[in-house]
Design a protein around this ligand. Structure first.
Ligand code: 3NM
Ligand code: MG
Length: 542
């Protein structure tokens, strides 16, 4: 008999011990179902058989009312007794082969896995789905293994490439971590993501389980409703092979498109560079907005463009958290600038929290900042500024961080290294005077965000903008100029600043750093695609 296809997208696992005081289990369950739970697993670790059976059977009738399938944890006999849709087994439960023999052929079997080895065994055993976890720390279950982490999930998903075994993530999933998890938990080529998330406490421990489920459901549906869920991790483009000339001409083409489109760049940045960043954004031809209050983030996220989050002077972390979540929801690229992240434990904790709450598209930093995020001991951060030129193997560092965080990494310095985890590009433009003005790193973030913002505009607007920029429909159809490739957008951003700095110092009025800054703004204002194409020093490293 064919197995029913079950929607695993919002998978509730019960946990009666976590109910808030005075909340009845059945009432909580029913509210959760009203909120959009798509499958329920009854998990009872201490109940006697009679009690378990009673709970399972009442749960079954409530689920039936909402047309939601029921899965029983561990107990094949209970599953049979209540005619459940499936059984979920752990690593130390009955073997899959025995479970399979005891159950009707249309009954689905799920298994918990927490590493690649366990995943391979589950694949071999032919389970119907796996629960991968714990992804984040949780107190809802005593964990015997280290947490898997978002990127660990990606490695496990690779095991299931080419199989029709479904996957759900579990452990610490809640409204604040779900988007980061879904975006980041992909195979290295972005071809597989999780089929759902399993949740205990975010729903069960809530006094308003319906509201909690509704919010989760909204976030999950937003993730799955777009054809390309991996906007942040541009590995759909990973197997492109680039040439250096091709990169130069695409970066130059993007400058033309940017000026035609004028993407809105929402910048939550530090007080030292805010005015300068806004001016540079305008000079480039994009449009800045510097809002910071959490209350305005949802509205702003609906306007196409990009978000920049710079932690140079963290005044409003809540605004950063909310802005990033809404940006993920609306598929807006996020450029994260972890200014001085190695300097204090407060900054390190803030960067961790932000990166755990939303999926960044690009992380931009100097050697010390990138080194801190990559957790290398090679470069110690001393205060806000980078120490020296960095690493013996900068390519390995940026590549590793790109893979770890599932985003593009830009490491600035005398030479700039940009990687999507597959292709790493070295740029060698820029005048040394850039290092002598404040916030030159921050404006690289601003300009990279401006270029990333081009890709989030709608196809319609993009086409007319490309026509306005003199690009042909053939260019458009070939996807040459605006294809959402964040690696190329990052290259274009870095080149815009570094090439402009070279042009700025050639101006006769520049006598020092005081005259350099306005000259830089002027140079960005007058920068042409031809300047970029003719001056860019681009090397593809590997
Ligand atoms: N299984 P919460 S973690 C039931 O790793 C369960 O297999 C896990 O609870 C696993 O959503 C877990 O409250 C508890 O974090 C998840
Ligand atoms: Mg078990």
């Amino acid at each position: 008999m064919a197995k029913p296809s079950i929607d695993l997208s919002l998978y509730l696992v019960t946990g009666r011990e976590l109910l808030p005081p005075n909340k009845d289990y059945y009432e909580s369950l029913e509210e959760a179902l009203q909120g959009g739970v798509t499958v329920v697993q009854v998990r009872e670790k201490t109940a006697d058989t009679g009690e378990f059976l009673d709970i399972a059977s009442k749960t079954s009738s409530i689920c039936a009312k909402y047309g939601v399938p029921l899965i029983i944890n561990d107990r094949v006999d209970i599953a049979l007794a209540v005619n459940a849709a499936g059984v979920h087994i752990g690593q130390s439960d009955m073997p899959v082969s025995v479970t399979r023999r005891l159950l009707p052929s249309d009954c689905i079997i799920g298994k918990s896995v927490s590493d690649v080895e366990e995943a391979k065994v589950a694949l071999e055993e032919g389970v119907d789905y796996v629960g991968i976890g714990a992804i984040w720390a949780t107190t809802s279950k005593k964990l015997v293994r280290p947490v898997v982490g978002v990127r660990g999930v990606g490695e496990i998903l690779e095991v299931f490439l080419g199989s029709d075994i479904k996957t759900v993530g579990i452990g610490g999933l809640k409204s604040t971590t779900v988007l980061r998890t879904l975006h980041g938990a992909t195979t290295p080529c972005g071809t597989r993501t999780l089929d759902g998330v399993a949740v205990v406490s975010d729903i069960v421990a809530s006094p308003n389980p319906r509201g909690s489920a509704e919010l989760l459901s909204k976030l999950i549906r937003a993730f799955y409703s777009r054809p390309s869920p991996n906007f942040a991790f541009p590995f759909s483009a990973a197997h492109q092979s680039y040439t250096e000339d091709d990169i130069k001409s695409r970066a130059a083409g993007l400058l033309k498109t940017l000026k035609a489109i004028k993407p809105l760049v929402h910048q939550i940045t530090n007080t030292v560079v805010a005015t300068q960043s806004a001016n540079i954004t305008l000079a480039l031809g994009a449009s800045p907005i510097m809002a910071t209050a959490p209350q305005e983030m949802e509205d702003l996220s609906k306007i196409p463009g990009a978000l920049l989050v710079n932690i140079g002077t963290i005044a409003n972390k809540d605004g950063m958290l909310v802005a990033g979540r809404h940006a993920n929801l609306n598929r807006k690229p996020i450029v994260f600038d972890p200014v001085g992240v190695g300097a204090t434990s407060f900054r390190r904790a803030a960067a961790d929290e932000l990166l755990n709450s939303w999926q960044a598209t690009v992380i931009k930093g100097n050697a010390a900042e990138i080194g801190t995020l990559a957790k290398t001991a090679e470069v110690q951060s001393k205060g806000v500024d980078s120490v020296g030129s960095g690493f013996s193997d900068p390519v390995a560092i940026v590549k590793a961080l790109a893979r770890k965080e599932r985003c593009v990494v830009v490491m600035t310095g005398p030479q700039d290294y940009i990687s999507d985890g597959h292709t790493t590009i070295r740029l060698s433009n820029g005048d040394p005077m850039l290092a002598d003005i404040t916030g030159s790193g921050c404006i690289v973030g601003t300009v990279v965000a401006s270029f990333c913002g081009i890709s989030s505009i709608s196809a319609q607007k993009r086409l007319s903008a490309q026509r306005a920029a003199g690009q042909t429909d053939t260019d458009h159809k070939a996807g040459l100029l605006v294809d959402g490739n964040m690696l190329i957008a990052s290259v274009a951003g870095v080149l815009a600043i570094t090439v402009a700095s070279e042009l700025a110092v050639e101006r006769p009025e520049v006598r020092g750093t005081g005259t350099f800054l306005p000259a830089l703004i002027d140079a960005i204002y007058g920068l042409t695609p031809e300047d970029v194409a003719s001056r860019a020093k681009v090397e593809i490293i590997r």
